[in-house]
Every structure is written in structure tokens, then in C-alpha cells.
Write a new protein. Sequence first.
Length: 549
Amino acid sequence: MSIVPPDRKTEAFDNRVQAATIAKNRPDVMHMNNNEEINFPNHIANFSKGLPHNSTTGEVVPAAYTTYETALQNALNTRSSAPFETVQLGIPNGRKLVNPSAGLSFDLEGPDSHHVTIAKAPRIDTLEGAAEMAEVYWMSLLRDINFTDYDEKDEVEDAVNALNNEFSAYPNWPKSTGGNMTVKSVFRGNYLGDNVGPYISQFMVRGNIDKVLGRDEKDGWVKFGTCSIDQRQVVAIKDSDFVTDYDEWLEVQNGRNRSVDPLNPGNNNYFDSEPCFLRNGRDLATYVHFDALYQAYCTACLYLLRTEAEFADGIPFKNSNKQEGFGTFGGPHILSLVTEVATRALKAVWLQKYFVHRRLRPEAFAGLINAHKAKKADYTGKIDASILNSPLLDKIFERNEKLNKKHNRGNKQGSYLLPLAFPEGSPIHPSYGAGHATVAGACVTILKAWFKEKPMSGTILEANHDGTKLKEYQGNDKNQITIHGELNKLAANVAIGRNMAGVHYRSDYIESVQLGERLAMGILEEQKINYSEIPTYQFTKFDRTTATI
């Protein structure tokens, strides 16, 4: 005899209505941009990569930008991707705009993309915008210095002093105890746990203990069923910097495809022949060049499920004597949920990218600086003077001159362009917010909601100098490292790894992880009504307040 109630269809419908009502009753938000698009001539401060640019200054061709603006407005009015077929691109069969209509899609779960937002992006004529560009320049200069060597290298000390002194009023430097950024905190994240322990999160290096195969944490293998995931990564070789010559830069802005494929053996001049544990900015940049967007968090979840990590106290069945979770509140549930939020987060940030902010990428900001310094254009008053007058630009010029001579680029002269870790430069979508960072915020929020916050057990590890092995971390803060802190750090490593590649700014990371957090919290809230069990999620948000769902 069946015990399934006959009115289940009606109850399922009512649950969907209730979830939709929760979503409908969320407060409306205002999407506000920084007005650069109307305040600056010729759209110099807005994203235009992939469109045609003039050969002298690198500014976008106005008529082409008009086709882009018109397509955005028509797509918004019709909720269709068809208008983007009218956009004038820079190179026939070149790179294409990346999914501009994604932000217009509806979703059946979590906050609608139009019901979450982020703050205005820093402008290029403000100290905040200049400071963020300066940090990305410094990151490019220090890409090949291992994080474990930061306290020994004069160049890192120079970067810290320059950023502290020239841009002291910038509010978002990751500061250590005492109020200033130091060689310990430079280039780190802004949230709880980011400044504690090694730079790289334990979830990007450690492995599970495997008694069958005789592996311990230092071997770096994460169990995935009967297989294992190797935490060693294929990385780019030292000095693999690109787009340092103006003609090369112009081609990239116009949409020339110069990407590399890690599976193509013909690209051995780009990739190191030996995989390694992540050690420096270049390694992180390579990781975030080719990762599946939820990869780091799926691996972290697999790691946590196979260690002594516990589900949080509010997760059902934790203390049951008769039941354990599986399809709900067990391993299969959390593994699917931590990846489920990724595309929902992307839809929200894609709305911000294309339909609200259209912030230019760092490589384009550097193009403006290069045109000004080369006297091809005068951006006095349009770009904050603190970056135009910074001694940092002399270092960039010298670095690019060496690269151009070494690789026989252009006229082999220097430039003020941003040395990029990716041959093709940034993706063909605007900078703000950041897709990687939004996904990071969403996935990490799910993990923090499910796994109990407690000290990280076992040996705290970091890569040795050549990345071939893991060694014990010797810092005096190793006992302060926690699971949630390392999850925050994991989000920072992935998001800021994009900055280290030269394709994002700090505020892209700061705002976007919180956007992802809001998406994930909304999904947990709406899903909750569908369970026969009653979960309670409680964790510390990125802003250090406590969330309870």
C-alpha cells in the first residue's frame, strides 16, 4: 500500500509559491554606477575591449561604442541576446563578447540578478582608482617572487612603502596589526583569516591522509572517490609576461585572440614542464586562467568531507542516533549545493558588468596612462595625478623595455603598459564585478554555513621554494588558523589571483565576494522551506557580522 499523500502536487506548488514570495518580498535595490560613461569624453573610462580602437591613442572608435550601447539598451528592453549581433567588433573572426545577456536571465532559486547589487566602482580620476591601478602594477612586477620570500626581498618592501606612502588614504589596504600594510599583509584579502598563516589557503595545498596508499597531508592528494586530485598545478614559466608593446596592446584591445591551451604540447614555451604546489603570483594567475569556476571549492568540500571536519550544529541529523544525512544534509547534498550556486552567482554579476558599471580593465587603464606619458593624449584631470606622477611608472617602463628586447617585440622600447600574465589579456567582458570573486563568495558561503568553525587541525603547510614539496609553516600565528578563515582565504586567493594576472582590481574582489555571499544566503533561505527537517545556518559573514538563516 502506498503511503504517498494524493495532494503532493498541490503542496509542491504551494512551496514554490512560498519561495517565490520570499524572493518577491526582498527589498528593492538601486543599481548606481559612477557616471564615468557620461563624464569622460569618448568613453575612455569604460570597457570597450573587442571593439575597434584608434591606432594613435588606443581610444575606442565612438561609432562602434554606440553600437555596443544601443545593443545593451535593446537587449534590456527585449530581454533577448539578438541585439548584440549588431555590435561592431574590432577584428573579423576575433574574440567575441562574453555572454552579455546572461545578467538578464531569470532564475528559479535565490535572489533575482536585479535584486542584488554592488557599490559604485572607483573612478579613474580618484585616488581610490589610482591606488588600485598602482597595486595591480606592483603585482605584475612581483609575480615571480614566492610568497614565502616576501619578508626577504627589497622589491616587496619597496611596494609596501610606496603603496602606504603614495596612497595612504586608500581605505582598503589589507592592514596588519599596527594600522599599516606590511610585507605580511600586502596583496592579501580583506576579510577574517586572510592575514593569518601562509598566503596560500590550506585548501589549495593540503591532501587527505590515505592509509591505503600511505599518503599524508604533505603529499597533497585530495580523495575523490577511489581517485585522487593532485594539488600540484601546471603553471606558467617565469617571466611569461605579455602585452608590453603598444602594437601588441592595440591588437589585444581590438580582440585579437592570443590565448594558450594547457593541453596543447606545442605551448611548452609557456607552461613549466613540472607541476608544482602554488608558490607565487604567477602560479595563482595560471590557476585562475584555466580553472573551472567552482573547482577550488569543490576540492575544499571533498577535503573537508574526508577529514575530521564536522557539519555545523544546525545541520540536521548531526546528533541523531537513528539517521544520517545523504540526499539531504549529507555528502551528496553539500557537494551539489556548493557548485549549484556558481551559475546563479554569475548571472547576478553579469548584470553588474554589462548593464550597470562597464568598468574598464586594468590593461585599458594602463593604456590611458601610456598614451598620456607618451604625449599621445592629455588626460590631466581625467586620471588622478597620484598614479601619473608615481615613480612606479619608471619601474614599469624599465620592466617592459627588458621584456620587449628579450622577446623582440615592436620597436624594443619601453612602455607604461601593464605586463599581463595572459597572452590574450583580460576576457571580453567588463571588470566590475568579478566573476571569479562572485562565485568564490557564493561557494565559500555554502561551505561556511555547512561546516563547523574550529581550528584547522594537522600540520599547517606551504610550498617549498621550487614548489615540488610541502613544508611545515613556521610562523608564530599557525595556531590561529581556522577552517572558516582558510575558506575566506581560499576565496581571496582565487579572486586576487585574477588581480595578480592583471585583469581585475581590488574593489572587484571586495564587492564581488559579498555579492556572491548574498546570492548563496538567499538560496539557503528559499531551499529551507522544502525540507522535512529544519536546518539552521549560522556563520560569520565577510563583513564580520553573524548571519543566521
